[in-house]
Design a protein around this ligand. Sequence first.
Ligand SMILES: *[C@@H]1O[C@H](CO)[C@@H](O)[C@H](O)[C@H]1NC(C)=O
Ligand SMILES: *[C@@H]1O[C@H](CO)[C@@H](O)[C@H](O)[C@H]1NC(C)=O
Ligand SMILES: *[C@@H]1O[C@H](CO)[C@@H](O)[C@H](O)[C@H]1NC(C)=O
Ligand SMILES: *[C@@H]1O[C@H](CO)[C@@H](O)[C@H](O)[C@H]1NC(C)=O
Ligand SMILES: *[C@@H]1O[C@H](CO)[C@@H](O)[C@H](O)[C@H]1NC(C)=O
Ligand SMILES: *[C@@H]1O[C@H](CO)[C@@H](O)[C@H](O)[C@H]1NC(C)=O
Ligand SMILES: *[C@@H]1O[C@H](CO)[C@@H](O)[C@H](O)[C@H]1NC(C)=O
Ligand SMILES: *[C@@H]1O[C@H](CO)[C@@H](O)[C@H](O)[C@H]1NC(C)=O
Ligand SMILES: *[C@@H]1O[C@H](CO)[C@@H](O)[C@H](O)[C@H]1NC(C)=O
Length: 347
Amino acid sequence: MAVVIKTLRSPVFCFAIIISVIIVATKLQFNNSSGPQTTLLEPKRYLSSRMAPAARLGNHIFELAAVLGIARVLNRTATFFIEDDFYREMLENTSEAIPGLVNQFELVNGTVPSPTKTTKLNTRCCIFVDPLILENVNDQYLHLDGLFYQAWKYFPSMRDELSGYLKKSKKNYWLPKPDNDTFVTCAHVRRSDFTSNGFAASESTFVRSALDFIQDKENGEKLKNTIVLFGDDPKFMRNIFNNTSLSDQQDSQILNTTYFVSQNSPSDDLVYAKDVCDVVLISAPHSTFGWWIGYFSKGDKVYYMDIRETNDWVYRVGELNPYDYFMPHWIPLKFASNNSTIVESLK
Ligand SMILES: *[C@@H]1O[C@H](CO)[C@@H](O)[C@H](O)[C@H]1NC(C)=O
Ligand SMILES: *[C@@H]1O[C@H](CO)[C@@H](O)[C@H](O)[C@H]1NC(C)=O
Ligand SMILES: *[C@@H]1O[C@H](CO)[C@@H](O)[C@H](O)[C@H]1NC(C)=O
Ligand SMILES: *[C@@H]1O[C@H](CO)[C@@H](O)[C@H](O)[C@H]1NC(C)=O
Ligand SMILES: *[C@@H]1O[C@H](CO)[C@@H](O)[C@H](O)[C@H]1NC(C)=O
Ligand SMILES: *[C@@H]1O[C@H](CO)[C@@H](O)[C@H](O)[C@H]1NC(C)=O
Ligand SMILES: *[C@@H]1O[C@H](CO)[C@@H](O)[C@H](O)[C@H]1NC(C)=O
Ligand SMILES: *[C@@H]1O[C@H](CO)[C@@H](O)[C@H](O)[C@H]1NC(C)=O
Ligand SMILES: *[C@@H]1O[C@H](CO)[C@@H](O)[C@H](O)[C@H]1NC(C)=O
């Protein structure tokens, strides 16, 4: 060390250093006009998409997570155009539930600047298309006209990151709390609108039998098994089991019941799933909200009704690939051929 300092102090070396600085500075100046540094001056490139702003939270999160994942693959800035009041409401609702995800986006008040054309990528809701096919598109604003983006392959390996973007936990959900003695199974149930619009809706018999099946497999060493039902049809959910507590009944913590129905907001349900759910059952296989309850769940152990066993129209017309839509480690269930017990479905 001492030798180096002495050397640096000698006048000859000082002169040498000054000369070097001049040479380097000249080179930099030269490079600035033609060298690799010009890439820094290239305009920022953006990625955005048409959205389905009038849909619900599960759809919103799919669209934003996918656009963020695609933007990363294409080295572009994920951008959200607040085109009108529907887009604004979509943004507000999504921000309430998962603020960190919205924060990854550059927000623009208005529509995509003309003459940007829209580019097709994801024309079927639930079938993955590799975004790298757009690698060589040089538009500054790459605006996709896909919708829904319901495929985990658009955002692989982002589970920890996306979970971290959820809003902070609430203090009390009036639902079972995580503790060492209680195993919490969460079931998502969707019925009302699904029965009329051709999606596979939840059936009580399936929910009961599937939860029996799951309890046999997963009960572990915990003393108590508790089941929490989520969904938007409380009347139907209350009738699946006898003696169900609603989460807005403040005494539900005291009642010695096994079954609870959440009456919390969708965003609180997602946070509850992340904090508490050891295992999840998705009983209406194409509910995107049920999908996110499973994806964010604490235990990351998910069972779902095999959509191939249903008449879900999206699957029937070939717009949903189960391998793109359901996470690979999730387990499909179906009725055995005697229609009375549940078995695992082969993938
Ligand atoms: C994005 O950037 C990474 C790292 O600089 C590079 O390896 C990759 O090829 C780029 N991808 C595209 C689509 O330009
Ligand atoms: C936003 O949230 C409200 C209240 O939950 C709901 O009524 C409305 O349909 C939602 N809108 C969108 C676009 O998500
Ligand atoms: C966006 O536009 C709306 C009116 O269309 C206005 O109220 C709002 O302040 C604008 N926001 C920003 C960030 O410019
Ligand atoms: C739960 O179990 C952990 C590890 O076995 C233990 O450290 C902790 O004290 C227990 N908590 C309660 C409330 O019993
Ligand atoms: C509810 O309780 C009644 C009367 O005990 C019983 O007949 C029925 O099977 C029970 N239903 C369920 C879903 O457990
Ligand atoms: C419901 O719970 C009450 C109180 O624990 C009990 O007396 C009753 O038998 C239960 N009903 C059914 C149908 O299980
Ligand atoms: C709660 O129910 C379980 C199983 O039904 C029973 O073993 C336990 O004694 C009950 N606890 C109370 C406080 O009633
Ligand atoms: C139905 O079939 C399954 C699988 O083959 C079998 O395990 C179960 O015992 C059967 N249940 C009845 C009620 O026959
Ligand atoms: C099971 O249910 C299906 C559809 O409802 C029916 O076609 C079939 O005959 C049933 N099988 C048995 C063994 O009852």
